[in-house]
Design a protein around this ligand. Structure first.
Ligand code: SF4
Ligand code: SF4
Length: 222
């Protein structure tokens, strides 16, 4: 899931200064799970904005996933009544809204943080950097790109202490975890296989990424 956190209220207020008819649009996907941008949070933000400036009209609603245009159709009537949209989705949702509703601007209420998961109530941690070349089958299911502070691909840097990373004692050394996991799986021999440098053209450094699934595409005229 994509993990995001709400921007400071003052920052959101500054963005919408001068607008009177506002729509706060939530997303029923990832940001609902991390409780920062679902319907409940969109409604709360709308109430706060309205309390802060009672002269404004602030509506709120949410769609199942803001990153899919097919769900945005249902917002059309509400959008027509508004001057500005404040989205509590991640950055993908904000951009999907801006591409779909070209006549009106959608502003971000969240800071999109990372791809992660909840490990305990209220604690979310990064687990994937979407590098485009998954190697979890080689590392016991623990991602060294996302979880090693130096994204090392071939074993530890040598700085870990008591299983903790030298960059931050608050996090586990990813390569210690990988070692322990492979040992438990009786697959330590995997560590002897050198991984070549990553082909970063599969990642962000190579530009905007795209995936085409021809089997899902519609024929012309369908
Ligand atoms: S818009 Fe962002 S937060 Fe919402 S479902 Fe899509 S990826 Fe997840
Ligand atoms: S201590 Fe471990 S997690 Fe930290 S940078 Fe070195 S190898 Fe990576």
């Amino acid at each position: 899931m994509i993990v995001g956190e709400l921007k400071p209220f003052t920052e959101i207020k500054k963005m919408i200064r001068g607008y009177q008819r506002i729509l706060v649009a939530g997303c029923g996907g990832c940001v609902t799970v991390c409780q920062t941008g679902g319907l409940q949070e969109a409604e709360t933000l709308a109430r706060l904005l309205n309390m802060d400036d009672p002269g404004t009209t602030v509506e709120s609603l949410a769609v199942p996933r803001q990153c899919e245009w097919e769900f945005l159709e249902q917002l059309k009537t509400t959008v027509q009544r508004c001057e500005i949209i404040v989205s509590t989705a991640c950055g993908i949702g904000v951009q999907a809204m801006n591409e779909y509703f070209r006549e009106i601007q959608t502003l971000p209420a969240l800071n999109t943080r990372f791809l992660g998961m909840p490990v305990e109530h209220g604690v979310f941690v990064e687990r994937c950097q979407a590098c485009g070349e998954c190697m979890l089958h080689l590392t016991g299911g623990i991602c060294p790109v996302a979880r090693c502070s130096k994204s090392l691909m071939n074993g530890p840097c040598g700085g870990s202490k008591n299983g903790r990373c030298e960059i931050s004692p608050e996090i586990d050394c990813a390569w210690q975890l990988i070692y322990e996991r492979l040992k438990a799986l009786d697959q330590l021999e995997r560590l002897l296989v050198l991984q070549p440098p990553k082909d970063w053209s599969h990642s962000r450094d190579g530009g905007v990424r795209k995936m085409v699934r021809e089997d899902l595409m519609l024929d012309d005229g369908e």
